[in-house]
Structure formats: structure tokens, C-alpha cells
Design a protein around this ligand. Sequence first.
Ligand code: 1GP
Length: 247
Amino acid sequence: MQVEEYLNKIVESEGTVHLTLIDPASQSPDQAAEIAHAAALGGTDAIMIGGSTGAGGMILDQTIRKIEEKTDKPKILFPGNAAGVSIYADAIFFMSLLNSRDINFITTNQAMGAPIVYKSGIEPISMAYLIVEPGGTVGWVGDAKLIPRHKPEIAVAYALAGKYLGMHYTYLEAGSGANAPVTPEMIGAVKHVLGDNKLIIGGGIRDGQTARLCALAGADMIVTGTILEESSNVTAKIQELVSAIKR
Ligand code: 1GP
């Protein structure tokens, strides 16, 4: 089964998908593999691999290969630029940062990375990537014109643009390590116009209760990264998050 189909089936049958984000720049490949293994035991549905800074090249390849040894869960690239493509992944969120001011993050990196995706046979999953205040490192690196936190109508406008451009997924990103995720009001308003297109929420989700609020508001998928890097028991933390968002 293709990865997009796998994720969509989980949304249909179980409610909300949990995605574990691993930034290859944050730990050694072996440590990343241990986190992925623990997350899989806790019930995560797939592993996202990527980051805004220093997440490409050999460290990216090695991290994915080590993760491959430790879990069967799909490995999805979450690239910060064209260097975030690796032939060892199963799929790639082929994303455009629609609210960037810099054309490099809207189409140029995509063009530079596309031939590698084509040759490698990695599955591209088209995605509109939207960065909301506070935006964190990715907001700065991606030169995003941050969507104001309390202006859901702006997020709706961008999400509709992504949908009409043919993107299947929309990712509302508050920035890794944000104090709080995007608001339930924004999630609900965006999901309302997306219909069957899938909505991913990430940035600032640290506990089951917050994840559940996002899921109830309309998130199809929840991403957590920072909390796992900080957690002494990744499996228990994932169990808390997963049990809060599944039916
Ligand atoms: C970052 O949305 C992801 O791109 C995850 O954010 O690190 O805050 O979980 P956290």
C-alpha cells in the first residue's frame, strides 16, 4: 500500500493519525532510531524525518537507514529544502511554503529536488505548508509572512489556494517548540473548507489533552517532535498522545 493511502485509511478507520517527527540534526542516527523504535511501540503511525537546518546529506541518509532497521513504520521526508531528499525514505511531503516571501521555498527547492524524487521512486504526497505565528525557526528560515494566530480567515484563504492548486494535504505549522499549537478556531475553519482533503497540525503539541483538542477541532493528523526529544519515556508519551486522538 502507498503511504498516502495508508495514512488516509487510518483517518477513516481510527480518527486521527499520529506522526513522530525526528530532526536528524538533533541526535545521532542511532539515537534517532531508538526514538523511532520507542514511538512505534507507543503506537505512532509513521515517522517524519526532516528539519529546517542541517538535516540533509549523509546525516539524513544514515538516520533513515538506522530507523529502517528498528521499525516497519513508513518513513516520510519532511524537507527544509532540496537537500532534504533521501532515496532511503518511503515517501516525501512534497510541499510548498505558500506563505513564504521567498520563491526558493515556494517553487525553486521543489524543482531542484523533484528529479531526485522521480529517479528514486519515493512517493510524493503533495502538501500546502502554512506557517502561523509564532513560527519559530522554520518561520525565520522560510521567510514566512506569518499568518496571525487569531486570523483564521487568512489560513482559510491559503488552505483553499492550496486545495485549488491540487495539493492533497494542508499543514498548519506553529513552529517547532511553539508555546501552543494553532487555535481550535483556526483548525475548525480550515478543515471546514478542506472537506475530504487532509489537515495536519504541528508545533507546540506536548500532551494528550492538547492533541485531543486539535483532533476534535478537525485535525486529521497530529505531529509531535520536541516533546519526544525531551521525554525520558518516549513510548509512554506516544501512548498518551495516541490514546487521546484515536477513536
Ligand atoms: C515542527 O510541527 C512540528 O515542524 C513539530 O513541532 O517540535 O513543537 O512538536 P514540535
